[in-house]
Design a protein around this ligand. Structure first.
Ligand SMILES: C[S@@+](CC[C@H](N)C(=O)[O-])C[C@H]1O[C@@H](n2cnc3c(N)ncnc32)[C@H](O)[C@@H]1O
Length: 211
């Protein structure tokens, strides 16, 4: 996977000073280097642009890398709502989105994402694009909550669904691997979803909502 990913990144992803600045800041702050891969980021931009999504919800902001990639896909009317547990991370991500030119087009809700999702539902908010990239044990809960906030035809994308390739190895039974296997199977069989797993980065699940 590593070899394939570095080939894809080398051939298809151009050098990007803005995103490299985000990674450098994450490193300087001693945060974990767990942003999406460059190719996954490019794919997020393309998916938002291809679906012409305007109301995008992200779960897991970290330093703003994926947030910038998502925002690059929408036009002037686009808006990103990003859910992040840590206040410091949300502030860092917000600063990076502003630096990238999206200051008026992003809001951060801090605290446990499940609480923020319940609040968004109470507020009657809906979205046409979702990106799930936070605590893996809650992926199934996030999927259910996103479905409640989704318009018909919305896209739900989730990162790390290959769990380093371990989902395809019957001999590995780590908690993280089992959670991802269960999540993938739920998405694959869900009556309101049409889903496929793309082996880019650590695996992106792409699901289209059919309501
Ligand atoms: C893999 S990182 C996100 C990376 C980011 N999407 C990117 O590619 O730039 C996961 C993020 O989820 C956040 N997180 C973990 N548990 C959470 C929870 N229960 N609610 C909201 N955010 C959570 C972490 O603080 C971390 O910033």
């Amino acid at each position: 996977m590593e070899q394939i990913n570095s080939y894809i990144n080398k051939v298809f992803v151009e050098q990007d000073e803005v995103l490299e600045g985000v990674l450098a800041a994450i490193n300087a702050q001693g945060m974990r280097p767990i942003s999406v891969s460059p190719a996954s980021g490019k794919l997020l931009t393309m998916l938002v642009a291809m679906t012409e999504a305007e109301r995008v919800l992200e779960i897991g902001a970290l330093g703003g890398y994926s947030g910038i990639c998502l925002a690059r896909g929408f036009g002037e009317k686009g808006h990103l709502t990003s859910l992040e547990l840590e206040q410091d991370y949300a502030e860092l991500a917000s600063a990076h989105l502003a630096k990238a030119g999206f200051s008026g087009q992003v809001d951060y809700l801090t605290g446990p994402a499940l609480e923020s999702l319940a609040q968004l539902k109470n507020d009657g908010r809906t979205f046409d694009f979702f990106f799930i990239d936070a605590d893996k044990e809650n992926y199934e809960n996030y999927l259910a909550a996103c479905l409640e906030l989704a318009e018909n035809g919305a896209l739900i994308v989730a990162d790390n669904v290959l769990a380093g390739g371990s989902v395809a190895d019957a001999g590995i039974q780590r908690q993280h691997t089992e959670a991802m296997k269960k999540f993938n199977e739920t998405a694959a069989r869900h009556p309101q979803l049409e889903s496929i797993l793309l082996p880019v980065g650590d695996g992106l699940l792409v699901s289209r909502v059919k309501k």
